[in-house]
Design a protein around this ligand. Structure first.
Ligand SMILES: [Zn+2]
Length: 204
């Protein structure tokens, strides 16, 4: 799979793209970018909704080694206590991805997390919640690269996917949004992207 993947965006171009603009806070920059990535993934997903079905993909996996479960926090009340219990769903990929996109959209529209008024500051847990959004959106790429890349390539939309992912990866690495372990479902691809850019850099 990885040999056939080509990336048109050069490293220099992406470095400019991800650079925190002057006069902008890191929170603002993360907010702008998560919305942009979400919108791009939403467009990409239109191409996948027909090829990623309950029949083609019985599990939300990335290759043989990784399976993802959708986690929801359920509020449980017992006597006068309310506590949160994580519920893990065994999800089919179409369900998982649609839950992922709905949840991301709800997060983006949560005005406590993304205040509309510039005078209102971001909440204390802003980075933690944004990191979770990146972590979950990454799984969309992990599933697609492992299970649908060939179909995507035949449909001729691979360059959109590749450019979007490369931008996403560099952004994550620059702002340390995911750990190496969280990125491991695509470690071979990531290694290849970074190595190739390094070679190009050295040749220039
Ligand atoms: Zn699938």
């Amino acid at each position: 799979m990885h040999k056939m993947i080509t990336f048109k965006f050069s490293q220099g171009f992406i470095q400019d793209l991800i650079q925190l603009p002057e006069n902008e806070t890191l929170e603002d920059w993360l907010a702008v970018n998560i919305v942009e990535f979400y919108n791009k993934i939403l467009i990409l997903y239109e191409h996948f909704s027909e090829i990623c079905t309950d029949e083609t993909c019985p599990k939300m996996t990335a290759g043989y080694s990784y399976e993802f479960f959708w986690r929801e926090n359920k509020k449980i009340q017992k006597f006068s206590f309310v506590f949160t219990l994580p519920i893990f769903h065994l999800s089919l990929p179409p369900e998982y991805i649609s839950a992922l996109l709905d949840w991301t959209s709800n997060e983006i529209n949560d005005t406590e997390l993304f205040p509309i008024d510039p005078e209102v500051s971001f909440p204390n847990n802003f980075k933690k919640r944004v990191k979770l959004m990146f972590k979950r959106l990454f799984r969309f790429f992990a599933h697609v690269y492992h299970h649908h890349f060939e179909t995507v390539r035949k449909a001729g939309v691979d360059h959109h996917l590749n450019n979007c992912y490369k931008h996403f990866l560099y952004f994550i690495l620059r702002y340390k949004l995911l750990t190496t372990k969280e990125l491991s479902p695509l470690k071979e691809l990531n290694k290849r992207i970074l190595q190739k850019d390094q070679e190009l850099e050295n040749n220039n």
